[in-house]
Ligand binder design. Structure first.
Ligand code: ATP
Ligand code: MG
Length: 315
């Protein structure tokens, strides 16, 4: 997995989270830190920052002093409690007087479990520092929040994602068309993991990644394809239009709903007599409804194209 392969090892290599990195570096320098709460959307570097911190605090053998637990799969607070007890009991040989325990998805814990966690945190505070990682800090109970330093991870900027993907592509000897990169970046919505995974999937289709291969893997249809289908239909070249539709549906694996959505946007983008636009919009609405009810995608979309191409629509 490239997302793993390209996980930064050092705090300085983390993209986008400058202020957080500066503060964590201070923890390393002073070999002291409070309990922390890392909050922010997925794929923005919370787990990575914790790993980098552990690496820089404890050195190569950081795994002796570092542990990651998932709060939601750790079968309740009891597991956390016993694990922490075991973990904190054995002191480290490093110069750092504490161990580091990362609790992922802490916001999935019930408030009872969080209260129990709070007591555990207090009990072992001498020997163990906690980093709680969550998407929403608001779901963490107040007594825990007040005991932790809060770090807010922001979505990764487009520029940072773009340059990171560029580096990965270079390293993997992939060429990225300009629109391809843009398509992945906009699809990622600030989530670096999502961006890297999309790049990797697209690369499985070939070393040269263009906009089409990206849309193919993210299940989106290109603007060009939609324009072509609509233009053919409006020119009454129904068979051609239908062939193109089949390619998009079957070969690219784009969902019928996605195609409908794009067709709908497209009819408001192109030049059309207002009356015709209204009729087409109506037909699209009807097919959208049928698809939502579970009707066959190809049949419904073909019938939509037939309606748009029909004489009635031309009036
Ligand atoms: N700030 C970043 N700089 C560089 N790469 C990053 C950054 N954030 C995330 N990544 C990439 O995304 C992958 C996932 O990141 P990470 O596990 O840190 O996300 P997370 O914030 O913990 O997400 P989740 O909320 O899903 O646990 C990393 O392996 C790395 O490749
Ligand atoms: Mg994580």
């Amino acid at each position: 997995m490239w997302a793993e392969k390209y996980r930064p090892r050092l705090l300085n290599d983390l993209k986008n989270q400058k202020e957080i990195v500066e503060q964590l570096k201070r923890f390393v320098k002073t070999k002291s830190m409070p309990h922390c709460l890392f909050a922010g959307p997925p794929g923005t570097g919370k787990t990575t920052a914790a790993l980098c911190l552990a690496h820089e605090l404890f050195g190569e053998r950081y795994m002796d002093a570092y542990m990651e637990l998932n709060a939601s799969d750790a079968r309740g607070i009891d597991v956390v409690r016993t694990t922490v007890k075991e973990f904190a009991r054995i002191s480290t040989i490093s110069k750092v007087p504490f161990k580091l325990l990362v609790l992922d998805e802490a916001d999935n814990m019930t408030s009872d479990a969080q209260h129990a966690l709070r007591r555990t945190m207090e009990r072992y505070t001498e020997t163990c520092r906690f980093i709680l990682s969550c998407n929403y800090s608001g779901k963490i109970i107040e007594p825990i929040q007040s005991r932790c330093a809060l770090f807010r991870f922001s979505p990764i900027s487009k520029d940072d994602i773009s340059s990171y993907l560029g580096e990965i592509a270079k390293n993997e000897e992939i060429t990225l068309g300009p629109n391809a990169l843009e398509a992945i970046v906009s699809f990622s919505e600030g989530d670096m993991r999502r961006a890297i995974n999309a790049l990797q999937s697209a690369s499985s289709l070939g070393k040269k990644i263009d906009e089409k291969s990206v849309y193919k893997i993210i299940g989106k249809v290109t603007h060009e394809d939609i324009k072509e289908i609509l233009a053919l239909t409006l020119k009454n070249e129904f068979i051609e239009a239908r062939n193109k539709l089949r390619t998009v549906l079957i070969e690219y694996g784009i969902s019928g709903q996605e195609i409908i959505k794009e067709l709908h946007s497209e009819i408001f983008r192109i030049e059309l007599p207002e009356k015709k636009r209204v009729k087409i919009a109506e037909a699209i609405g009807e097919v959208d409804f049928r698809l939502a009810q579970g009707a066959d995608e190809e049949v419904q979309l073909s019938s939509l194209l037939a309606q748009i191409a029909s004489e009635d629509m031309q009036k």
